[in-house]
Design a protein around this ligand. Structure first.
Ligand code: NAG
Ligand code: NAG
Ligand code: NAG
Ligand code: NAG
Length: 455
């Protein structure tokens, strides 16, 4: 009897706490207050990236002076250490939309503004992309523009499908990556590798979809170096991504290349996995829940060990100082750099509801707006994360020390490391007990929080 009473009491207490905390967390106005009240010293390394502990600060480009510069401003060659630590990209075995060359891609588009006024003839070269345009009524900033395809992209014309890597080398002749180096001062250098896929084929929700398709898919990874040593790797996935210690990432043995030529030296290159269709990047194979805290089965990405792409074999390289862009290799000099300042969308505008190709489900449209280009991905960031979710009011971005393993049939060894109670939960039988524990860990949010601090 006594025992029963206590249980019901604690349930009341638990529910009260939940009721109090949930609305608090969701009200954006409360967040600045939380920040001030609970984080006594915002410079406390606990609340910042562990990028900063024991090492000099990472500086935003506008604070770099001649005293703090990491890269020689007069030397426009890409340092060898950037090439040696270039991530290999493991594409999905049944991928349908492979990487392609932006030079070929743009030839299938013209520019329109939000109202459908046509701003340009068919695009023929990347030089047709720039920061500002003129039309009858005056000037028009590119950020209001969309690249609109000249033919029906939903019919999968060949240029939408892209190109598979060559077996063995991982070379994609018609799919160069884009490398952008940003000096972050005090010995820090950021190498952003951008991956361009003509089409984003969105996820299925409970077997129904795809949703959130769009033309022009820009994904990227960031390798952050300190004095030429790779320290961290960040990879993009949907509206965010994941941060890792460089040492945690899986490595593949490859022969080192200097100026494109093979040497006899074997080096370990980092490996990331590009998900089927969405091209979101992960550090392991299997099923990955995304855009929701913890594990939500219906909205998932899938990665496996399909064809491997080596972006270091074919890329355009640039240097960016927060304002100015300079081409660093011959390939980049050929296409110029004005296209990087184009602030518009790299694909069609969300199709109108009356378009027969468009569909809607309660959370998402079938076809949505194309994304903006590389310079609009917060390359001036000092944190590894380009942006923060609403619930991350302390703006933390800890780099994981252990690989976050995926779930599902494709997942490889899942040894309870790194995912804490999240993994434990899925081992629990019978299912009803698991369901109960899941409720008691706040639908797994508690596991998510544990993983955040210990992963
Ligand atoms: C840049 O370097 C100088 C000299 O080493 C140092 O005094 C200054 O604080 C540094 N600036 C920043 C923003 O760290
Ligand atoms: C320029 O940078 C490259 C790559 O880091 C290096 O090999 C070369 O020696 C540098 N050149 C000069 C003149 O410093
Ligand atoms: C120019 O202005 C007129 C009248 O405001 C407007 O109808 C038209 O769409 C504009 N044209 C462009 C290309 O913006
Ligand atoms: C633009 O391209 C489309 C499709 O390739 C073609 O039908 C159209 O004639 C072109 N328009 C111009 C002005 O060249």
């Amino acid at each position: 009897m006594y025992h029963k009473k206590r249980t019901s009491k604690s349930i009341v207490l638990y529910t009260t706490i939940l009721c109090l905390i949930c609305p608090l967390l969701r009200v954006n106005a409360i967040i600045p207050w939380l920040q001030e009240s609970f984080i006594e010293d915002p410079d406390d390394p606990l609340f910042k990236d562990n990028t900063l502990i024991d090492l000099p600060p990472v500086l935003p480009p506008d604070q770099i002076t001649d005293d703090n510069r990491s890269l020689d401003p007069y030397n426009l060659s890409v340092p060898q250490y950037v090439i040696d630590a270039c991530p290999l990209v493991q594409l999905y075995s049944e991928e349908r939309y492979w990487p392609s060359d932006i030079t070929d891609y743009i030839r299938h588009f013209h520019l329109e503004d939000d109202l459908g006024n046509i701003l340009s003839k068919n695009l023929t070269s990347l030089n047709d992309l720039k920061e500002n345009y003129k039309h009858k009524n005056g000037s028009c900033p590119s950020e209001e523009l969309f690249m609109i395809s000249n033919e029906d992209f939903s019919k999968d014309p060949p240029w939408v499908l892209g190109h598979q890597p060559e077996y063995g080398t991982g070379h994609i002749k018609s799919g160069p990556a884009v490398l952008i180096l940003v000096d972050k001062g005090n010995g820090w250098v950021d190498a952003y590798w951008f991956y361009f896929y003509p089409f984003n084929w969105g996820p299925f929700i409970m077997g129904y979809g795809p949703w959130g398709n769009h033309m022009g898919d820009w994904e990227h990874s960031l390798v952050r170096f300190y004095k030429g040593v790779p320290k961290f790797l960040w990879m993009s996935a949907h509206s965010s991504g994941s941060a890792y210690q460089f040492s945690a990432i899986e490595k593949i043995k490859k022969l080192k290349r200097v100026s494109g030529k093979l040497t006899n030296e074997v080096i370990g290159r980092p490996l990331i996995f590009s998900a089927r269709g969405t091209h979101a990047n992960y550090a392991s194979v299997g099923q990955h829940a995304h855009d929701v805290p913890f594990y939500f089965m219906p909205l998932s990405d899938f990665t496996d060990r399909g064809p491997m792409w080596d972006p270091a074999l074919n890329f355009y390289s640039y240097r960016y100082d927060g304002e100015k862009v300079e081409a660093m290799n011959e390939k980049a000099r050929e296409i110029g750099e004005s296209w990087l300042h184009f602030a518009g969308r790299w694909g069609d505008k969300q199709l109108p509801a009356k378009d027969p190709r468009q569909k809607w489900c309660p959370v998402q449209w079938k076809y949505i707006d194309g994304p903006r280009g590389p310079l609009f991905k917060h390359l001036d960031r000092t944190s590894l994360c380009p942006s923060f979710k609403w619930w991350n009011f302390w703006r933390g971005c800890p780099a994981r020390r252990l690989i976050k393993k995926a779930e599902g049939l494709d997942a490889e060894k899942n040894d309870l490391v790194g995912d804490n109670c999240g993994v434990l939960l899925y081992k629990i039988r019978p299912v009803w007990l698991r369901a109960l524990l899941r409720i008691f860990t706040w639908r797994g949010t508690l596991c998510f929080v544990m993983d955040y601090f210990t992963g």
